[in-house]
Design a protein around this ligand. Sequence first.
Ligand code: ZN
Length: 375
Amino acid sequence: MKLGNSASLTRVYNRSVVLDALRRNESLSRIELARLSGLTPQAIRVIVADLLEEGLVQQLGRRKGLRGQPQIEITINPGGGYALGFHIVDNWCHYLATNLAGKVIVEGGTIELPQDPSALKPHLYRIDREAAQAAGKSPRVGVGIAVSNLMAAGGLIEPHPENRAYTEEIRRHFGSDTWIENDANAAAMAETMFGRSKSAADFLYLFVGDGVGGAIVRGGELQRGHRGNAGEFGHVVVDPAGPTCHCGNRGCLYTYLSTAGLKPRSKQSADRDKATRSWVANAIPALRSAVVSLENAFDPERLIVGGTAPVELLKALVDGLDPLGPSIRSDAPERVEVSELGSTSALLGAVALPLLSLMSPSAAKLTKQSLTPAN
Ligand SMILES: [Zn+2]
């Protein structure tokens, strides 16, 4: 978010700076908040007082064992609000709710997408009720939707027509505080909210599932490119003589990394193991080549590999990358890592969207009102 001219925009921005510092550091004193945020102690006092009144933060006791006057610790109030997330992929809609601290309050559930999108309504009422009950008196801060096949055209980011009716139904139910991202972008945002690299600002995310996508995070913000489609790593060509891809090119990373071909066709576990081994063996050289190109193009702090693919599969893939060829990142201690968030990373990302838009100053570019009004 750019600093607005109006006082209220500045206020919103400063609040998110304070909340951001708190979510990255379990707890902080007002003095530490001032030092970390660059805001004056007076400004911090006013902002913290406001946040306390709204219940978004809480005061812990005074920290002991330090010299001088012990400082009162401020922390995010987990019960200060909750967020709901949906992930629409294939014929399924997964959902999950967490509190402000990111703790799950409604365990994930899955709905089979009904033929008629309006038949989603009773499910949404039920999920809404379930989450509100679990949250007690906490208000809902927003709803996030991660969807595969999100596309950008003419500067407008919108779901693929086959998913659009469902995302519209969700937005109609929950109102304007609804954010939407493609699943790779959402999964990357999950890393900044829930992942080990909470404070990592510059990384690439490779999303591996039936579809293969990616995200570019720079300074904590998603980089979208000129028309909003940046990060389509699945269609980076790794072998010009490789198999034909549905995009029309040959040898796209997608043709090696898509897990669509791994669906259990055989009940024999020996056959499945063989299929998995051959998928990994085929995918490793393709990913090696892509990693080097992506590193040379973006100089990221690291490349995080995640998505809906089973974690063991991703681990086997990443373990097999060694030795990676030279790039401008050759001297980095760890160039590629597997996300620790597991195969629900996109769903966690959906929840992260409203949380980050409240608690991160760099999340202002998350897509909120991108959907055109429902017809
Ligand atoms: Zn392709």
